[in-house]
Design a protein around this ligand. Sequence first.
Ligand SMILES: Cc1cc2nc3c(=O)[nH]c(=O)nc-3n(C[C@H](O)[C@H](O)[C@H](O)COP(=O)(O)OP(=O)(O)OC[C@H]3O[C@@H](n4cnc5c(N)ncnc54)[C@H](O)[C@@H]3O)c2cc1C
Length: 466
Amino acid sequence: MVEKSDVIVVGAGTAGTYISWLLSKKGFSVILIEKDRREEVGKRLDVIHFETDRVQMAGIPPFQVGAPDCIEIRDISTVITPDFKTELKIRALQTIARLTPFLNRMYNVLESDGVKLEFSTEFKELIFKDNKIIGLFAESNGNSKEYHARLIIDASGKPAVIRTTLPEDYGVETFTLGPNDVMYVLLEYIKWKYPNQPHPATDTGYNWWLLWFGPSYDHDGAILGVGQPGSFENARKAREDFLKRANLPPYEIIKKEQGSTPYRSPPYSLVADGFLCIGDAAAITYPFSGHGVTATWVLCIIASDVIEKTLKTEGYISREQLWEINVNYFRDQGAKFASLLTQLSGVLNFNEKEWNYFLKKGLIYQTGEEDDIPEPNKEYEEEMSVGEMLKFLFKIVVGLIRRKLSFKHMRRLLQANGLAGNIKKHYQNYPKDPKDFIDWAEQAENLWKQKKIAVKQLSSIKIEYH
Ligand SMILES: Cc1cc2nc3c(=O)[nH]c(=O)nc-3n(C[C@H](O)[C@H](O)[C@H](O)COP(=O)(O)OP(=O)(O)OC[C@H]3O[C@@H](n4cnc5c(N)ncnc54)[C@H](O)[C@@H]3O)c2cc1C
């Protein structure tokens, strides 16, 4: 028997769940298949942070603090300089959630809005007619199932089980994520043995090590997290380096989690005939935090509006009809993220002394008036007034004169920022006509090739950021 629907979504993580919901609310029939059992989805992570303003924009039923899927909603984080001497406050609107209860709450919402959820059902193979996708085979409890739909969405996370198996000439890159395309993240849920002794405040970041103490469900605890590219060993050594220096009070490790999150640019096109990819399957994450959930919800909102228009027409859903998703995504958030990813290659190259200077002088988190708490990355781009720019440059010059900053690294930063500007402009000119795509993608590839590898030297390891 063939199951038919307007849309099939593969993967019931945060990306697949959200887009299924948006499309079914627009009146389309949606089947969401997921290889794991319903209660097991998302079990690889417990506590997860969502950007509160993006959650509101997504319009999902609000979180209630104290409900099984919401620990806390907070708005201030702390950043400590590598010499441990200076503490900065930054505004970061975050909802501290629990992943599996959140997904299960959303599954109920989806079902009441008409999505057909099929768990323990694993995507196996695409079905083509005249070289175009028309459906897929999946397996459920040892039985093969056939599904046909006008649109298939790959939301299968990092393995990108559909995107990576597309024919090479189908119009979407089929890359898999290598060790330098991801941040390896190690999390330890810890409990302070003597909670009254001074210890890092809840939600404190030590950016030099890409390490943080995130909020946990235990008020006398925290989540000690660290992320580095290349290998888990790199992340472990960065944490070791931090612990040697940090002089922390004693704590107990309650449990550990680990995983990786995409740290590279997305495929140049997210759409093809009868196909869309989203979420980790499309490598969409905030470049500076590795968070992916709400970053992709922005794409889902854009995509669902375009899909609504195309599904209302008769006939096959072509790449040309879905193209507006690429245009609207890459000209806005896609351009900002591409620029930030490039800027990071300049910033991550700084040494410890330079990080101290940059943080202390408000050059990374730019403060406005004296007591303003900066809100970095609010719109995922830094717009400086002329006055702010002059202040910024003045501090850089002073840093160079006092030898707090090296000319070599400042030159690298300027180069990275120049390239970031060019890359951003290029994405902002994402071609409206798919016929211009090949030229555009070639030029984008040439720009990305100019991005240099940043290198950080910690006491026991040198880490490369590609
Ligand atoms: C340690 C760690 C901490 C993180 N913390 C945060 C955070 O605090 N905030 C944040 O925003 N992001 C965080 N991230 C990133 C975030 O987890 C991901 O970006 C996000 O979960 C991606 O969602 P997704 O739906 O695209 O993929 P996934 O969550 O991976 O979901 C994909 C789903 O597809 C299913 N699937 C796979 N293959 C098949 C198949 N063949 N057939 C059917 N189903 C299939 C999988 O079982 C899975 O359920 C973190 C990542 C890590 C590793």
